[in-house]
Design a protein around this ligand. Structure first.
Ligand code: PHE
Length: 350
């Protein structure tokens, strides 16, 4: 019996070690330790023929052997499993240094952004800071502080969307509006930074419009404000000529004609020679030879006061470009509604 066990043991260990994969190992396990027909079971049966003394020794030996074989099989199985994991890990390895796949589609800037950035670069080169402001404004900043009191008819020209104040604890009597122009930032800038001041403010504006090819409820403006000592119309015109020539070439002229805006005095309507016909008159300029692209003027003393600036010491000028209009002129866009449409066929042209 003991020599049988000896042989069985070395054969069994050899068979376990020789299994080439998991299923072969399973076969070996069945053959050795299978409950009914396993070789180990027959060895156990052999015990019954022994004397009580021998039984005890053989029983202990067989138990030990069973543990040994179970252990060897278990280890072998773990070996197969970790090899399988290694294989998966190898297959899924990511090479972080590999060059990326070629991109099929590139995003790009909206035409508004292109023109806005072009102007921002021009103005920062002249020492202006670029500011950003809230699109939901208080009635006070959008109108009242800009010399447009509650009952003023100028409010009718800029009808907009009124917004419910979401904060029930806010005691401010002032209503909230979707800003109708970027001019409220004139007040905010003066209150925050004081004089002297040189800033531009590009941004989205809103008005309650019956939309058509020339009117849209959402559009962009590009505001400018300069406050300093001895500021008058001369630097205003100089700056606007620089912008006009930057946009439409060296020969472009700027024409300023009186126009009423409550927050400037005097106020002007700014036109440039039509780049399409050079001033001769065409469809684009409606045969006038001029294109209206901005409003401007000397900052009204009461607006300076509202901004906390001493109007005896300082004066200022302000201008507001129709950024959306500039974009339409630059790219020959004949329907303003395309700009906010999200239409890919339109956008992919830029
Ligand atoms: N805020 C004016 C508008 O929206 C434009 C403007 C700006 C006019 C600054 C004068 C000075 O029509």
């Amino acid at each position: 019996m003991p020599s049988d066990i000896q042989k069985f043991e070395s054969d069994a260990l050899g068979a376990i070690a020789g299994a080439k994969d998991k299923s072969e190992l399973e076969g070996v396990e069945n053959k050795l330790l299978g409950r009914k027909q396993g070789e180990f079971t027959s060895l156990m049966k052999g015990i019954s023929e022994l004397t009580a003394e021998e039984k005890k020794a053989a029983g202990a030996r067989l138990n030990e052997l069973k543990n040994k074989l179970t252990e060897a099989i278990g280890q072998k199985r773990v070996g197969f499993e970790s090899a399988a994991w290694d294989q998966i890990a190898e297959a899924e390895k990511v090479d972080l240094t590999a060059p990326s796949l070629p991109l099929k589609k590139f995003g790009h800037f909206h035409p508004n952004t292109l023109v806005q950035r072009d102007l921002e670069n021009l103005f920062t080169s002249m020492g202006f800071a670029v500011l950003d402001g809230p699109e939901i404004e208080s009635d006070y900043y959008n109108f009242t502080a800009l010399n447009i009191p509650e009952t003023h008819p100028a409010r009718d020209l800029q009808d907009t969307f009124y917004v419910k104040n979401p904060n029930p604890n806010d005691q401010t009597p002032s209503r909230l509006v979707m800003r109708t122009h970027t001019s409220p930032m004139q007040i905010r800038a003066m209150q925050k930074y004081g004089a002297p001041l040189r800033v531009v403010i590009p941004g989205k504006c809103y008005r309650n419009e019956a939309t058509d090819v020339r009117h849209e409820h959402t559009f962009y403006q590009f505001e400018g404000l300069v406050v300093d000592e001895r500021i008058n119309f001369s630097p205003l015109k100089g700056v606007l000529e620089i912008v006009a020539r930057h946009l439409y070439g060296e020969k472009t002229e700027v024409r300023l004609r009186p126009k009423y805006y409550p927050f400037v005095e005097p106020g002007v309507n700014g036109e440039v020679t039509c780049f399409n016909c050079g001033g001769k008159g065409c469809r684009l300029c409606k045969n006038s030879g001029w294109l209206e692209i901005f409003g401007a003027g000397m900052v009204h003393p009461s607006v300076l006061l509202e901004g906390g600036i001493d109007s005896k010491k300082y004066t200022g000028f302000a201008f507001g470009f129709g950024l959306t209009r500039l974009v339409m002129l630059k790219y020959g866009i004949d329907d303003v509604r395309l700009l906010e449409s999200g239409n890919m066929k339109f956008l992919e042209q830029f």
